[in-house]
Ligand binder design. Structure first.
Ligand code: ACO
Ligand code: ZN
Length: 285
C-alpha cells in the first residue's frame, strides 16, 4: 500500500522560479510539508535555497554571497564551468539540489543521505555569476561500478547538447579513475535516448577510425578500455546497431565502412565536447 501511495502522489509544486526562468515542473518532489500548499517556489539560483514568496527571495538575494555553486571548479572552457560539490561538506546545498531535481525525475529515490555523493554542477557563466544548466550526481564509492546516479538538464536548457556533455564528462572522470562505469538503473526514456546516442556515437567513431587498418581488430573489451563504457552497454549498443555477431563463443564486431557511415549519419549531432585538457581533477580519496 505504501508503495502504491508513493506512485500515485500528485504533483505538489506546479512551477518554480530559478534565475531568470520560470519553469513548469514535471513530477512530485517531497519538499517539507510546509511547502506543499504553494503552487510556485522561488529558488536562489546559487545556493538553491527555496522560498514561498518572491519578496523573501528578493531579500535573500541581497544577502546571499554565492555567485556559483559551492565547491571546486574542476573544469572551465569558454563560458562553461563544472563545479564538484561534496554532499558531506555542503549538505544543505546537496539536499536542495535533490529536491529541485526530483521535480523532473520520475522514478528516482531522493537521497537524503547526500553525504555519500558528489554533485557535478554544470554552469554557464557571465558577469552576473555562474548559472546552473544541469548536473549529475555520483556515489563516492559504488559497488556496482555506477559512474552516475542521477542526471538532469534543466528544461530551459534541454536539447542543446548539455546532456551529452554531462554524460561524456562522467566517462572522462571514470577514465581518470582507471575504471569502467555505467549509469544507475532504471533510466528514464529521455535518459536512455541520451545514453544510447552517446554510446552509439563514441563507438562508431572509434570503429570508423580503425576501419582502414585491418591489422587492428577491435574487440568489445578493447572498446571498453578505450572509452570506460561498461562492456554490457557496449554489447547492447552494438547489438542494437546489428554490428556484432557471436561466433565460436566470441563476440565479433562486423563493421562494414558503409554501414558505419549510415549509422553515424543517423546518430545525429555530436553536441558539446569535453575538452579533457581543461579538466583539473583527481579521483575522490
Ligand atoms: N525528444 C526526443 N529525443 C530527445 C529529447 C526529446 N525531448 N531529449 C533528448 N533527446 C535525445 C536526442 O537523441 C538527443 O540528441 P539530439 O539532440 O542530437 O537528437 C539526446 O537525447 C541528448 O540530447 P541533449 O541535448 O544532449 O540532452 P539534454 O540536455 O536535453 O539532456 C536529459 C538529456 C538529461 C536526459 C534531459 O532530458 C533531462 O534532464 N530529463 C529529465 C530528467 C531525466 O529523465 N534524467 C535521466 C534519468 S536516468 C538517470 O538519472 C540515470
Ligand atoms: Zn542564495
Amino acid at each position: 500500500l505504501r508503495e502504491h501511495e508513493e506512485f500515485t502522489k500528485v504533483k505538489n509544486i506546479a512551477k518554480i522560479e530559478l534565475g531568470r526562468y520560470e519553469i513548469d515542473t514535471w513530477y512530485f518532489s517531497p519538499f517539507p510539508p510546509e511547502y506543499n500548499d504553494c503552487p510556485k517556489l522561488f529558488f536562489c539560483e546559487f545556493c538553491l535555497n527555496f522560498m514561498k514568496r518572491k519578496e523573501q527571495l528578493q531579500r535573500h538575494m541581497k544577502k546571499c554571497d554565492l555567485k556559483h555553486p559551492p565547491g571546486d571548479e574542476i573544469y572551465r572552457s569558454g563560458t562553461l564551468s563544472m563545479f564538484e560539490v561534496d554532499g558531506k561538506k555542503n549538505k544543505v546545498y546537496g539536499q536542495n539540489l535533490c529536491y529541485l531535481a526530483k521535480l523532473f525525475l520520475d522514478h528516482k529515490t531522493l537521497y537524503y543521505d547526500v553525504d555519500l555523493f558528489l554533485f557535478y554542477v554544470l554552469c554557464e557563466c557571465d558577469d552576473r555569476g555562474c548559472h546552473m544548466v544541469g548536473y549529475f550526481s555520483k556515489e563516492k564509492h559504488s559497488e556496482e561500478s555506477y559512474n552516475l546516479a542521477c542526471i538532469l538538464t534543466l528544461p530551459p536548457y534541454q536539447r542543446k547538447g548539455y546532456g551529452k556533455f554531462l554524460i561524456a564528462f562522467s566517462y572522462e572522470l571514470s577514465k581518470k579513475e582507471g575504471k569502467v562505469g555505467t549509469p544507475e538503473r532504471p533510466l528514464s526514456d529521455l535518459g536512455l535516448l541520451s545514453y544510447r546516442g552517446y554510446w552509439t556515437r563514441v563507438l562508431l567513431e572509434i570503429l570508423k577510425k580503425h576501419k582502414g587498418n585491418i591489422s587492428i581488430k577491435v574487440t568489445p573489451q578493447e572498446l571498453s578500455d578505450m572509452t570506460a563504457i561498461k562492456s554490457d552497454d557496449i554489447l547492447s549498443t552494438l547489438q542494437s546497431l546489428d554490428l556484432i555477431q557471436y561466433r565460436k563463443g566470441q563476440h565479433v564486431i562486423c563493421a562494414d565502412p558503409k554501414v558505419l557511415d549510415r549509422h553515424l549519419k543517423a546518430a545525429g549531432r555530436g553536441g558539446l565536447d569535453v575538452d579533457v585538457s581543461k579538466l583539473i581533477w583527481t579521483p575522490y580519496k
